[in-house]
Design a protein. Structure first.
Length: 263
């Protein structure tokens, strides 16, 4: 018989067992239906309200006055919100069905790549919509804000990647780097709100709600990696993400949608 020792099985993330995985599958399937139903409802109820993305390109050497912004493309707010909700529905559908095995393998390794891919798209749509509501419509500004928001999400993915189960120590560097990247859009939005002569009350409400809900996702990850109370279980943190996916996204979608009807 060979005396070669067998490799030790890879550590499994805390709380990730068969019973919890079955429960998470039920959550994902339920969220698929709820997000898809809301996306359909938004499309049915949507008005023709759209925000106009503008562009302004130099016409001469550096120092030449930049022309006034010109309309580039109109983006229907109802359609954008429906896409936001549909992205969440697709993510939960895939992780609950055809990609379930990969999803559960990843959870055992303390990571959920599908979450971060979906967040990078859906959260960016919402940030760009609140930018438009506060008067940030220039193409270059929107591209920069989108890039900062996507970077924030990818740092969240990196936080999971560099902190596998069984680690000797936990690093929070990707988390704090993501917080710095994610602050940039909010600084820009706040500057536009403060500098505006008049801002509708519903826009202020959306801004505050969006900020609080965005921070709730960051808080969930911080609690998870600081292992505070029930967040010592990675599976509990994953279920918290699912709850936030439903509550936060639904509230934000309908607030922004209501704002489009109020204009």
């Amino acid at each position: 018989m060979s005396d070669t020792p067998r490799p030790s099985p890879a550590p499994v993330a805390t709380g990730v067992d068969e019973a919890r995985l079955a429960g998470l599958r039920s959550w994902n399937l339920a969220l698929t239906v709820l997000h898809a139903a809301q996306a359909a409802a938004v499309l049915v109820l949507a008005s023709s309200f759209a925000v106009t993305v503008t562009s302004s390109f130099p016409t001469g050497p550096p120092g030449t006055a930049v022309p006034a912004p010109e309309p580039l493309v109109d983006v229907g707010v109802g359609a954008a919100i429906a896409v936001f909700l549909a992205l969440a529905a697709v993510d939960h559908l895939l992780t609950g069905t055809v990609l379930r095995r990969r999803y559960e393998q990843d959870l055992r390794r303390g990571i959920n790549r599908f979450r971060w891919v979906e967040y990078s798209l859906s959260s960016t749509i919402m940030v760009l919509l609140i930018c438009a509501y506060t008067g940030i419509t220039g193409l270059s500004a929107l591209i920069g804000i989108a890039g900062a928001n996507v970077a924030m999400i990818l740092f969240g993915w990196l936080q999971e990647l560099v902190n596998p189960p069984g680690r000797a120590r936990t690093t929070m560097l990707p988390f704090w780097s993501g917080c710095i990247a994610g602050a940039a859009p909010w600084v820009a939005i706040t500057a536009n709100i403060v500098g505006a002569e008049q801002v509708p009350g519903f826009v202020i409400g959306i801004f505050v709600s969006l900020f609080v809900f965005f921070m709730s996702f960051a808080l969930n990850q911080w609690l998870q990696y600081r292992q505070v109370g029930p967040w010592r279980s990675y599976a509990f943190g994953e279920q918290a993400y699912l709850v936030l996916s439903l509550v936060a996204k639904s509230a934000l979608a309908w607030q922004v949608f209501a704002g489009s009807l109020a204009t």
